[in-house]
Design a protein around this ligand. Structure first.
Ligand code: 3PG
Length: 306
């Protein structure tokens, strides 16, 4: 009987776990559950017998992969897979997949929710501003970016986008202005929402020079990865520009400096919350299980990343 280990520091909603368990049982597989583990050693122990592994932002290192002789597949129930050592997985002949799009609406709703929070001065009683009529620049028009655009249009925002990997036809089909030049978009958007992955090319790419192009009362929203921000550059800019605000679903490394210097011009969720809805957990968790069953039963490698 194949063993599928679900190892998540940040647990799935109970409804997701019960649907995942049912699907695994129907396929004749056994579900192993390791939630809220505090030490990576606990994962090292749990992964020993696993044929398949489902994770979220959990770090899957070479050490962990080397401890799992039966492991054939790791599915990251979510979009970003910078937490998985793809080279080590490839060397160990372990297939890695993600579940793109499954948690996109949840992240997008959080983006708009946090934008309202900031526009209303974090509900401190003072008059705020409205989103209607303001320009929102979407940096990367993938699954999350598209959902952010869809919801922002409901707020009557002027939505624009920049994504060198997505053709203008696709962006413009959604009635969104597509910028070919990143600086032009930053210059013209009061709000910028980031949806780029953390890669060697993007790490620290959201820097002082780019952000300083943003117009007055700029708001930067980051529900992507903390690594893409040049934190020193952002701190310098926010020191020079008292109008500049930063919202993030990922706590920065220099959180104490942001908190001590910028008061209510910043907002950070206490834990990454973008994908943390019952619906997103069900979508991503069920997709992960289906992909694993399809991989073993039908050799289906859709969404393979390595
Ligand atoms: C993702 O990459 O899918 C999101 O960042 C969600 O991550 P999480 O599963 O750790 O909440």
């Amino acid at each position: 009987m194949k063993k599928v280990l679900i190892a998540t520091v940040k647990p799935f909603a109970p409804a997701a776990i019960s649907q995942m368990k049912n699907l695994l049982e129907q396929a004749g597989y056994e579900m192993l559950l390791l939630e809220k583990y505090e030490q990576p050693e606990m994962l090292l122990e749990a992964v020993k017998d696993a044929d398949a592994l489902i994770v979220r932002s959990d770090q899957i290192t070479k050490t962990i992969l080397d401890q799992a002789p039966n492991l054939k597949i790791v599915v990251r129930a979510g979009a970003g897979y910078d937490n998985i050592d793809l080279d080590a997985a490839t060397k160990n002949e372990v297939v890695v997949m993600n579940t793109p799009g499954q948690n996109a609406n949840a992240v997008a709703e959080l983006v708009l929710g946090m934008m309202v929070l900031m526009a209303r001065n974090q509900y401190n009683g003072k008059p705020g501003t409205e989103l209607k009529g303001k320009t929102l620049g979407i940096h990367a028009y993938g699954n999350v970016g598209k959902n952010v655009a869809r919801i922002a249009k409901g707020f009557d925002m002027n939505v624009v986008a920049y994504d060198p990997y997505v053709s203008s036809e696709i962006v413009e089909r959604d009635n969104i202005k597509d910028y070919e030049n990143i600086e032009d978009m930053y210059r013209n958007a009061q709000y910028i929402s980031l949806h780029i992955p953390a890669t060697p090319q993007t790490i620290k790419s959201i820097n002082y020079d780019l952000l300083k192009k943003m117009p007055e009362n700029a708001v930067l929203i980051n529900t992507a990865r903390k690594e893409i921000i040049d934190e020193d550059g952002l701190i310098q800019l926010m020191t020079e520009r008292p109008d500049f605000k930063y919202i993030s679903d990922i706590q920065p490394d220099k959180k104490e400096i942001f908190e001590s210097q910028f008061g209510n011009r910043i907002f950070f969720t206490p834990k990454k919350m973008g994908a943390q809805t019952a619906e997103a957990n069900i979508n991503a968790g069920v997709a992960a299980v289906k992909q694993i069953v399809n991989f073993f039963e039908n050799n289906d490698t859709t969404y393979k990343l390595n």
